[in-house]
Write a protein that binds this ligand. Structure first.
Ligand code: ADP
Length: 598
């Protein structure tokens, strides 16, 4: 507000009465010569209470107050003064203008409480904002159109080690890595062309210690904003993120090389069976490049005979994410030959990182050929052995009879013992022959309707004759006739009984349990012998599995009997299992479906 105080006429009550401020005129003796209406209202006084009175008498508290002191000083020095003050109760703020004019003092004051509060809040917000910027892990820098630094938030200290005022006025590109400088400058000049457009980028700058740090930055041209008039750069340090990314990239590369160099072909397959990825090594195995099989659904050139078991294994994989499924099957190599592969698959579909079935497979053709040669050889050997042993048995029996007739008891007994050994040999050879036939798919079944009970009783009687120590007893009875291979099932029961005898050298009894349900018959052979440890129980049905190993002669055998038995039972549509406790005994059971005819 400007009032020409020199013109004394303007001080007339008329003017002062209508101005929007409180006004008081004092003479040299501090007598109130004039007071306007607004001032009276502010002081809550009547005109007669104050006019012509000494101000310090009317407002005694003011004399020693800051305002009072400044009035006196203004009067003394003849100098105008302007200041802000609060009322006694500290509820209101006033802006006060004091003008000494000749021998008097004119005081104007106006209520600025609302304005003061608003500006207080404003500066509080401003303080908050700058605290946010300073405490933040991101730095904001303002630069001019030439790239000169105008202002930087103090967070730069934390991020790059510099003091905010260190590089003001410097070229903002000085510390940028030479390899990134050109790119950064290009973005900068682009930004000059497009006000308010946000540009982003990653680049390296040197920190106070001279080490390059990776920054992720945004750049916005705010030159046209009258409040800013600068380009705003905001950045944060992403060095550790870049380092992690770098390491990840390296380890990914390492694994990729490992996969590519591996002898196994590795594939990622979708839930629909589509090949999403193949390692380069697939070419070594199949002759096809990864690109040639990419997107193919199923196994390229799968042997038609192996397709059913392949799709069965695949659906097993889909249903059991925790299971690793292994399978051998044939595929056609690019060169047209059939090769055997062994594949292992695991379902990682629900793993967000992989999201596929991981399969790896290798060429096992050579191994398969060797196995086949070995099987053929075993088949040939056992076949060749069978004929002389059969003749040997026949001759031994004839000789034994002759010695009995001639009354040579000693020789007859010896020949009887020889017969038992020949029987063992015959059964070993039979097992070998059966096993090779099974593997070659040449074990044939002669099925007919027969009485299980009768067959079993015959076998039990036969086996009972080979042991004096063990007494074989029977519980239950199977009335029904069943359809299947009588001889082969008899062979299974013989095997279980001879094992029961062999593996219970100290026991005296063996119990055979017969039960039948509507759909199947069950036969269990219970012994009280050495038993089988839990972890071995599944393995004993595998080919060549023997707990004691081949070289130990405590319990001689080839480890084929249970393998042949279980294959026979399975091929007859049944199940075979064992319950056993180490040191207490075992119960081997098999169940067969009751079929009328196939
Ligand atoms: P073999 O008896 O010729 O070794 P099998 O296939 O009949 O071969 O049996 C495999 C293995 O299972 C045996 O070596 C033995 O360790 C174990 N086994 C079989 N039957 C019994 C049993 N009744 N009690 C304890 N162990 C048994």
């Amino acid at each position: 507000m400007k009032i020409h105080l020199e013109d004394e006429t303007k001080l007339s009550g008329k003017v002062l009465r209508y101005i929007s401020e409180g006004a008081i005129v004092l003479d040299k003796a501090w007598t109130i010569r004039y007071i306007n209406k607004l001032a009276l209202q502010l002081f809550r006084k009547g005109k007669t209470e104050v006019l012509g009175k000494n101000i310090w008498k009317v407002f005694p508290k003011y004399k020693l107050s800051e305002s009072g002191r400044r009035y006196q000083l203004a009067m003394q020095l003849g100098k105008p003064d302007h200041f802000l003050t609060q009322d006694i109760k500290k509820q209101k703020w006033f802006a006060v203008d004091v003008f000494p004019v000749d021998a008097s003092l004119i005081i104007f004051f106006r209520d600025i409480t609302t304005y003061k509060n608003a500006s207080d809040t404003l500066s509080k917000n401003e303080r908050r904002l700058s605290a946010l910027l300073d405490k933040s892990w991101s730095v904001t820098t303002l630069v001019d159109r030439t790239g000169k630094r105008l202002y930087t938030t103090s967070s730069i200290k934390k991020v790059l080690g510099f003091n905010p005022r260190d590089n003001i006025g410097d070229d903002a590109f000085t510390f940028v890595h030479p390899e990134d400088a050109e790119r950064v400058k290009k973005i900068f000049s682009e930004s000059l062309k497009y006000p308010e457009k946000v540009f982003t980028g990653e680049y390296r700058v040197k920190n106070k210690q001279g080490e390059y740090q990776w920054l992720e930055a945004t750049l916005t041209n705010m030159l046209n904003d009258p409040d800013i008039q600068a380009l705003v750069v905001n950045y944060h340090n992403i060095t550790s993120r870049r380092n992690i990314e770098e390491q990840l990239k390296k380890s990914e590369e390492r694994f990729r090389t490992l996969i590519q160099q591996s002898a196994d072909a590795i594939q990622l397959i979708s839930a629909e069976g589509r090949i999403m990825y193949s390692s380069d090594s697939i070419e070594r195995v199949l002759g096809y490049t990864p690109q040639e099989v990419q997107g193919y659904t199923g196994v390229p050139y799968l042997h038609p005979d192996d397709a059913p078991k392949f799709y069965k294994a695949f659906s097993q994989l889909l249903q059991n994410p925790d299971k690793t499924v292994t399978l051998e099957y044939r595929v056609k190599h690019k060169n047209g030959s059939w090769i055997w592969v062994e594949a292992t698959g695991k379902n990682h579909l629900s793993n967000p990182v992989i999201g596929a079935i991981v399969g790896n497979f290798r060429d096992i053709t050579k191994r398969k050929q060797l196995e086949q040669q070995k099987d053929e050889f075993m088949g040939m050997v056992s076949h060749e052995l069978k004929t002389p042993v059969t003749s040997l048995k026949a001759f031994a029996q004839v000789l034994q009879r002759q010695f009995v007739e001639a009354g040579d008891k000693n020789a007859a007994t010896l020949l009887g013992k020889m017969d038992i050994q020949i029987n063992k040999l015959t059964s070993l050879i039979a097992d070998l022959l059966d096993a090779t036939k099974l593997d070659a798919g040449k074990l044939h079944f002669h099925e007919k309707l027969y009485s299980f009970n009768k067959m079993a009783e015959e076998i039990i009687e036969e086996v009972q004759r080979t042991t004096i120590q063990h007494k074989i007893s029977i519980t239950g009875k199977i009335q029904k006739n069943i359809f299947g291979d009588r001889e082969r099932i008899g062979q299974v029961l013989t095997n279980l009984l001879t094992n029961a005898i062999k593996y219970s050298p100290k026991a005296k009894k063996i119990i055979v349990h017969f039960t039948a349900t509507r759909n199947e018959i069950r036969c269990c052979v219970e012994d009280f012998g050495i038993g089988i440890a839990k972890e071995k129980q599944q393995k004993i049905f595998e080919r060549f599995f023997r707990e004691s190993g081949f070289m130990e002669d405590t319990f001689p055998g080839l480890g084929l009997g249970l393998y042949v038995s279980s294959e026979i039972v399975k091929r007859q549509g049944g199940r075979i299992w064992v319950k056993s406790e180490k040191g207490k005994g075992s119960t081997f059971c098999f169940a067969l479906p009751i079929r009328k005819k196939q």
